[in-house]
Write a protein that binds this ligand. Structure first.
Ligand SMILES: Cc1cc2nc3c(=O)[nH]c(=O)nc-3n(C[C@H](O)[C@H](O)[C@H](O)COP(=O)(O)OP(=O)(O)OC[C@H]3O[C@@H](n4cnc5c(N)ncnc54)[C@H](O)[C@@H]3O)c2cc1C
Ligand SMILES: NC(=O)c1ccc[n+]([C@@H]2O[C@H](COP(=O)([O-])OP(=O)(O)OC[C@H]3O[C@@H](n4cnc5c(N)ncnc54)[C@H](OP(=O)(O)O)[C@@H]3O)[C@@H](O)[C@H]2O)c1
Length: 246
């Protein structure tokens, strides 16, 4: 069965840094849940669907917003991301018609505090969730954690600042006032993350959603397991939900 595609039109390609960009796309409105992703694509030979290069991207926009938004990083040798970064207003972007993914609030059990923990562009699905009513109805505290290499990569600050989320940032490759140094797993282990958020991170009060670099997911999960937390499964409820970007 052939996959169904919608042709959207880029209305903006914002460049935050030389490698980070945000695409806004209209004309391809889709039903999805905050936290999900969809495959987006470009044809190598224009008009030839056989030459299509597709990759998964998380929705940044909340479901109620018909303009789609995607947050990307240029992987220099990657087949798709450098081309996405070069798109301009008016260009076409193919969007698959079947959003998917389990990094959604529906899959998360109740907890006092929801920790949304990301590296790099792994921030994207949480930006969508932060703008849903469900999040604020269900959780007393929401902590958004964003870890990047350089301070200039701490994007979407204005949007985040308009939400009630507690924001904790990490900058790993330079010193940056207001951000924690080093990596997320070490800060979970030594209590620096809790101190920065002003909240306890324990199995009795927290659920943690992790998104981004697969090595961070692994190391952070190990640090959380040390605190008595475990991966969440439908049949065996736990405290950790993950989505790997590669
Ligand atoms: C469920 C899911 C959701 C995703 N959502 C996003 C998103 O919202 N934004 C986004 O930029 N990417 C996202 N990705 C990754 C995306 O699908 C592509 O892999 C990425 O855009 C690079 O594409 P490429 O064709 O240039 O290189 P690829 O051949 O796909 O990747 C080459 C290598 O680049 C590295 N890499 C890939 N993606 C990233 C990344 N995001 N950050 C840092 N290094 C990376 C990895 O080492 C990977 O092996 C997601 C992936 C999955 C599985
Ligand atoms: N960011 C850039 O300046 C840049 C520039 C050009 C191209 N790119 C492309 O983008 C890719 C990387 O993008 P990115 O910087 O967004 O993602 P990233 O490499 O995943 O780094 C984002 C953050 O995750 C941290 N991290 C990495 N491994 C971790 C682990 N095991 N546990 C906990 N934290 C971990 C990094 O810390 P550390 O710093 O300690 O690793 C950094 O703070 C590269 O492969 C490259 O292709 C990036």
């Amino acid at each position: 069965m052939s996959e169904k595609w919608l042709t959207g039109t880029v209305i903006e390609n914002r460049h935050w840094t030389e490698t980070l960009f945000s695409l806004r796309v209209e004309g391809a409105a889709l039903g999805f849940e905050a936290g999900q992703f969809v495959r987006i694509a470009l044809d190598t030979i224009e008009g030839n669907a056989g030459s299509r290069v597709a990759r998964a991207f998380s929705f940044v926009n909340p479901p109620q917003d018909p303009v789609l938004e995607f947050y990307g990083v240029v992987v220099p040798e990657g087949p798709l991301s450098p081309r996405l970064a070069r798109l301009r207003a008016g260009d076409a972007l193919q969007v698959a018609a079947n959003p998917a993914g389990f990094l959604v609030l529906r899959e998360v059990p109740d907890a006092q505090t929801l920790w949304l923990v990301s590296t790099g562009t792994g921030l994207a699905p949480f930006l969508s969730m932060l703008r849903t009513d469900e999040l604020w109805k269900r959780f007393r505290n929401v902590v958004l954690v964003h870890a990047v290499r350089y301070a200039r990569e701490l994007t979407y600050r204005e949007l985040i600042g308009k939400t009630p989320a507690r924001y904790v940032s990490f900058v790993s490759r330079e010193s940056a006032p207001g951000s924690l140094a080093g990596r997320i797993p070490a800060a979970i282990a030594d209590g620096r993350l809790e101190a920065a958020a002003g909240l306890e991170l324990a199995p009795g009060n927290s659920h943690v959603m992790l998104c981004g670099n697969p090595q961070m997911l692994k190391d952070a999960t190990a640090a959380l397991v040390q605190r008595g937390m475990r991966k969440h499964r439908r049949r065996a409820p736990g405290h950790i939900t993950v989505e790997s970007f590669w």
